[in-house]
Design a protein around this ligand. Structure first.
Ligand code: ARG
Ligand code: MN
Ligand code: MN
Ligand code: MN
Length: 304
């Protein structure tokens, strides 16, 4: 399967500017070359874009860039659907996490066309499970999971959802900043959510195995949505919403290695990289190394 790179220079989902440079930082850190070295065929489809939008208003006056959210969701939904339909493995280079409303709804639609069950692994300090009404900051990168699961209505701002992701097929790991409204909604919806305490107690291996076994049993597809702030800010400072106490270097590589061994990942978002906040490219390089582990880079061969 060829790996298809799509830049999604989205930064309207946050008030911190800089995520629009994310796609080019991954290119500068040699993402495509690294994958080619591992033996993959890689096609860089360049950056997607939206037209200029007229502002939309909403009763929640904190919300900003709602029209841009709709436009990006339409563009990314279409791109994600097409990428899978032509038989590629897309990697969407973000861009803030609001882009996942588009990528994941498009992927879910294509999985439904192919009569396959779609699962999502959400690596993030945040659940991003706000509705338009419950968002306190008005930052739309805090809302995509509520959209693509169909848990909240985004009509008429976002496209009607054709194939919602079942909340039980959405597994979140790394949570450590959850707003009160999100906490209630997650429990009510039945999202599979592992916070940092649960990782401290059980490690990442057991919960990840359990989830991967479920995907395998359902003969399902797995989308990985990887927010840079899943990682500890000490190793990954290039993010606008840092939260202390994130995943370590070793935990993150182990997750990627287990995902590679599972052979289940069919699409990926890399989100929230803000190169303006990076230290000499360190976060971009770490993300590229992690993608390496996800695609089979290993220290030694392993007995089979
Ligand atoms: N829950 C907070 C909010 O709604 C933070 C969201 C952070 N999301 C992210 N994708 N970094 O504003
Ligand atoms: Mn603006
Ligand atoms: Mn996020
Ligand atoms: Mn986050």
């Amino acid at each position: 399967k060829p790996i298809l790179l799509y830049g999604a220079p989205v930064q309207e989902g946050s008030r911190v500017r800089g995520c629009l440079m994310g796609p080019d930082a991954y290119r500068t850190a040699n993402l495509a070359q690294m994958l080619e070295t591992l033996g993959y065929e890689v096609e860089d489809h360049g950056n997607l874009s939206i037209e200029e939008q007229k502002p939309l208003s909403h009763p929640n006056t904190q919300l900003h860039h709602l029209a841009e959210y709709g436009a990006w969701t339409r563009v990314l939904c279409e791109a994600a659907h097409t990428a899978l339909a032509i038989g590629g493995l897309p990697i969407f280079l973000g861009g803030d996490h609001s882009m996942a409303a588009g990528t994941i709804s498009g992927i879910a639609q294509q999985a439904a066309d192919a009569r396959q069950e779609q699962f999502v692994l959400w690596l993030d300090a945040h659940p991003d499970f706000h509705s338009l009404e419950s968002s306190e900051t008005g930052n739309l990168h805090g809302t995509p999971t509520a959209y693509f699961t169909g848990h909240a209505s985004f009509t008429p701002y976002l496209p009607a959802l054709k194939a919602p992701i079942k909340p039980g097929n959405l597994c979140m790991m790394g949570l450590r900043s959850v707003d009160p409204a999100e906490r209630t909604a997650l429990a009510e919806a039945g999202v599979v959510a592992h916070d940092m305490r649960s990782i401290d107690e059980h490690g990442i291996i057991a919960p990840l195995r359990t989830f991967l076994d479920r995907v395998k049993e359902a003969n399902g597809r797995l989308h990985l949505s990887f927010d840079v702030d899943f990682l500890d800010p000490g190793i990954a400072p290039a993010v606008g919403t840092t939260v202390p106490g994130g995943a370590t270097f070793r935990e993150a590589h182990l997750i990627m290695e287990m995902l590679h061994d599972s052979n289940l990942v069919t699409s990926i978002d890399l989100v929230e990289l803000n190169p303006f906040l990076d230290e000499r490219g360190k976060t971009a390089r770490l993300m590229v190394d992690l993608v390496g582990s996800l695609f089979g880079k290993r220290i030694l061969d392993r007995p089979t």
